[in-house]
Ligand binder design. Structure first.
Ligand code: ATP
Ligand code: MG
Length: 414
């Protein structure tokens, strides 16, 4: 019955899994705020153009991975494959380019038509930050530091490694592009078909190809460092100095590239060897050309995005939900008073479970099953005395407490 299955590459987040996702998102949001990133959200779908223009029609994302469709009104829209383009679109739509620096945090679902495997889904979730309007390397340092701090507070920084590279400024990149096109042009036979296709439009991308033939050709490719001008070298040195100063360790990876034209200077990834092939948990960099490409005034930017599913797999089991207190009426006459008591206690902030039916034994069984911390037994005796019997379900101890002081008494179980 295929119609009762979830769509390939999507998954249900049942409570145990959702707790992990929430732990990731809530930690990230809290830490991001400490760095001044305020949460915002953009729509889950945008006009296709929003992604096509900046991401570029020759990239894998646009040519193969986008969920695009024509809606009933004839508009061509796309489920967002990533959120940076949406954030920049929002900055432009809301006329915020004069209010920089802008610092945003976001979280939410993204959609890519990829081959599903461990850590790779068609609907997945990302957290991310964008810092728009600051051209100085301080922004890159702060963005990376916020990412590292989030990983640390999730308890997984030590399981990741920060890989760092520079893509230089436009002039350096043009010089390097030309050098690469010339080099690859002499080694066409050794390149994969994908790479031959990328050669004119996106030669930098060939550098991080996983194809065996490409890797052999890449071994002899000229290094970017030969083509970086002074501005680019200075910028990279400043980023490294800043990271050193705040004790963030990194490894230079000259093969780390983001192929799109609007990326420049800093590129980085936090990677782990604990997730198999899908080892990148967080990726980001500087995108000074993006706002311009999308039709706005030239505005620098830097940011990162991280996959919540991958982070959720790495973190320790989060603390479970608050253990509730079960209200158990004893006898028919106690049903309504129990209902009223449950409601009063919920208003006072307690997590209360009401076992819906059955005798006392059955209701207490349910209380145990849901790991209730205590049970409040309400029977004729208690009602006559305006009291309730509170049973500590861990120790088995029970005492009778006047209703007036019940909330104070329960506070110990929170
Ligand atoms: P990858 O190399 O794994 O395909 P990417 O370069 O496409 O990653 P980005 O577009 O930079 O990834 O997205 C940032 C992060 O989002 C990734 O590092 C990863 O943690 C997560 N991510 C990307 N695609 C998926 C996916 N299909 N399923 C789950 N997580 C994903
Ligand atoms: Mg990808």
């Amino acid at each position: 019955m295929p119609s009762l299955q979830s769509v390939r590459g999507t998954q249900d987040l049942l409570p145990a899994q959702m707790r992990r996702h929430r732990a990731v998102t809530e930690t990230a949001r809290r830490v991001a705020e400490r760095y001044g990133f305020e949460e915002m959200a953009t729509p889950i779908f945008e006009f296709t153009e929003v992604f096509e223009r900046p991401i570029g029609e020759t990239t894998d994302i646009v040519s193969k991975e986008m969920y695009s469709f024509t809606d009933r009104g004839g508009e061509t829209v796309t489920l967002r494959p990533e959120n940076t383009a949406g954030v920049v679109r929002a900055v432009l739509s809301n006329g915020l380019t004069q209010s920089t620096p802008l610092k945003f945090f976001y979280s939410g679902p993204m959609f890519r038509y990829e081959r599903p495997q461990k850590g790779r889904f068609r609907q997945f979730h990302q957290i991310g930050v964008e810092l728009i309007g600051v051209a100085q390397p301080q922004a890159d340092i702060e963005v990376i530091a916020a990412g590292a701090r989030i990983l640390d507070e999730l308890g997984i920084l030590a399981r990741t490694e920060l890989e760092l590279n520079t893509l230089g400024d436009t002039a350096s990149r043009q010089a390097y592009r030309a050098a690469l096109i010339a080099y690859y042009g002499d080694h066409l036979a050794g390149l994969s078909e994908d790479s031959r296709r990328r050669l004119e439009r996106n030669p930098l991308r060939i550098l991080d190809s996983k194809d065996g033939g490409d890797i052999r050709v890449n071994a002899g490719a000229p290094p970017y460092s030969d083509y970086l001008n002074e501005t680019s070298r200075d910028f990279f040195a400043a980023v490294r100095r800043g990271l050193d100063a705040i004790g963030i360790a990194y490894r230079i990876n000259a093969r780390l590239v983001r192929g799109l034209d609007y990326y420049c200077h800093t590129a980085f990834e936090f990677v782990t060897s604990d997730l198999g092939a899908q080892g990148t948990v967080m990726g980001g960099g500087r995108y000074d050309g993006l706002v311009g490409v999308m039709g706005g005034p030239e505005t620098p930017g830097v940011g990162w995005a991280a996959g919540i599913e991958r982070l959720a797999m790495l973190i320790a089991e989060p603390r479970g939900a608050t253990r509730p207190v079960a209200v158990v009426p004893v006898g028919e006459a106690a049903e309504l008073p129990a209902l009223r008591l449950a409601e009063t206690l919920r208003r006072a902030g307690f997590a209360i479970d009401e076992a819906y039916s059955g005798n006392v034994g059955r209701r207490l069984k349910r209380a145990n099953k849901i790991a209730a911390r205590a049970a409040i037994l309400l029977g004729e005796d208690e009602l006559a005395r305006d009291a309730a019997t509170v049973r500590d379900l861990d120790s088995g101890e029970q005492i009778t407490v006047p209703l007036a002081s019940l909330a104070d008494h329960l506070a110990r179980f929170r």
